[in-house]
Design a protein around this ligand. Sequence first.
Ligand SMILES: [Zn+2]
Length: 162
Amino acid sequence: MPVLKKGMSQAASDAFAAAGINPARIGQTIGNAPASAGVHKQDGVDAFGNSYTCALDLSVVHPSPLTDGAVKQVLEALAGHGFAAFYRCPGSDGWPAGQARHIHAVYAGEKMKPALQAQIKDWLLGRNGLVGHAEYRFWQPEEAHRQVVRQLFEAHYGALAV
Ligand SMILES: [Zn+2]
């Protein structure tokens, strides 16, 4: 089965499909958007020959607008399938005013650049994954889902001290 969008690994694509979220929401995969500060640059090539980044941006307005409650449901569904995801809402939780509102997700089951490793570690600690590493207030995953992400990540990077 081809990946849902070029720039995703097969594993991330399959996990996203299993999470039941409309793939039409997927925006940036591999990319160089200035606001992304390089975290969407390619992470590698997976076992199926897909060039990929573990970072994935999702629209909260296309193809339909999501309420805050619906965003939380998307974050939870993603977590249950191995994505550490954050709602980036301008002016909230460290995301600057004037930047684009979206969901930024990181798939934990493939090798990734250090900046994304740091975001997953932050997410596991309940922090926002930004330079200030502040507490993430918008939402926190169910513990079972946090463990899904942790186990995928630790399979590549070893047991975390946290
Ligand atoms: Zn992003």
